[in-house]
Design a protein around this ligand. Structure first.
Ligand SMILES: [Zn+2]
Length: 306
């Protein structure tokens, strides 16, 4: 196995650094699978893969794994892909939902979040704050019209919950259904028609690049914590059409009043006051508009003004 092409680009010290890193990837679908393979091909040496799904025939047009892996758990199929690119990589696999494998998030250098459901991202967010674990989230908008990627540093900038609330409030879409968040069903999973592979991969490629920069501590070179990618022409900012293949950097600050990472929660936690976490999560999901679909437009508008 020779890495001189990568080494020439990033240097031998950085290559060695990447080989010693342990990266968790939650969700091995189109995006997560692509990130796993890309990180393996960049020299990352340790992986912890978590997913509860089996590769099915209809997945194959949107996955790094193909017909040869149909019927296998995605974590195992992707683990093999990683080993095919980097036989020295250490890969740990967990078959199941992440909420039942939170221990697997211990002692990671970085977490890649590749899950579709918004609700589960709040559970992951909480687990990362508890572990001081940096996480990179990616979201693909309905039909792959665009997407966004954000790096969350615990208590240094926003957590995922206040980031999501701020982004959705601040972004103006003609039709909230254009956003994946607007298409979340009662189970917290995406109900929308999925995007084309090539559009998912544009977002996942940026997520992979954020990961490498973070692992090499070059992330301070990024102009902001969030990038919004337009694959087609979409209106990211009210009245401003972003052309296809353009992108927009947005810096979302931490919300001091956030129910998860805000000042009050932190001082309450320090003062050992019990926090009703379930209640907080429900409030947050409401705040983040996860119930949007069941409400009519008027309710949405009054909710967003609160
Ligand atoms: Zn927060």
């Amino acid at each position: 196995m020779t890495w001189d092409r990568v080494e020439r680009l990033i240097g031998s010290d950085n290559l060695k650094r990447l080989s010693q890193k342990r990266v968790g990837i939650v969700g091995l679908g189109s995006g997560g699978g692509f990130v796993a393979q890309s990180l393996a091909m960049s020299g990352v040496g340790g992986f912890v893969l978590i997913d509860d799904d089996v590769l099915e025939k209809h997945n194959v047009v949107r996955h790094v794994c193909d017909l040869r892996d149909v019927g296998r758990p995605k974590v195992e199929a992707v683990a093999d892909l990683i080993r095919q690119r980097n036989p020295e990589a250490h890969v740990e696999t967990h078959i199941g939902r992440v909420e039942n494998h939170l221990d697997a998030l211990d002692n990671l250098d970085l977490l890649i979040v590749g899950v579709d459901g918004e609700g589960i991202k709040y559970t992951i967010n909480q687990a990362c704050l508890e572990r001081d674990l940096i996480a990179i989230y990616a979201g693909v908008y309905e039909r792959g019209e665009g997407g966004d990627v954000v790096t969350i540093h615990p208590y240094d900038g926003p957590c995922y919950a206040c980031w999501a609330a701020a982004l959705r409030e601040g972004m103006q879409f003609d039709d909230p259904g254009e956003l994946d968040y607007g298409m979340i069903g009662p189970e917290g999973t995406l109900e929308a028609e999925p995007a084309l592979w090539l559009h998912v991969v544009r977002v996942a490629s940026v997520q992979s690049d954020f990961a490498i920069k973070e692992l090499l501590r070059d992330s301070h070179d990024l102009p902001a914590n969030t990038i919004i990618l337009a694959n087609n022409a979409i209106e990211i900012i009210d009245g401003q059409q972003s052309p296809p293949h353009s992108s927009l950097w947005v810096n979302v600050p931490r919300d001091p009043a956030c129910l998860v990472c805000g000042d009050q929660v932190r001082s309450a936690a320090q003062g050992s006051a019990a926090i009703d976490r379930q209640q907080s999560l429900d409030d947050l999901m409401h705040e983040a508009g996860l119930e949007m679909q069941q409400e009519d437009d008027e309710n949405q508008q009054s909710a967003s003004r609160q």
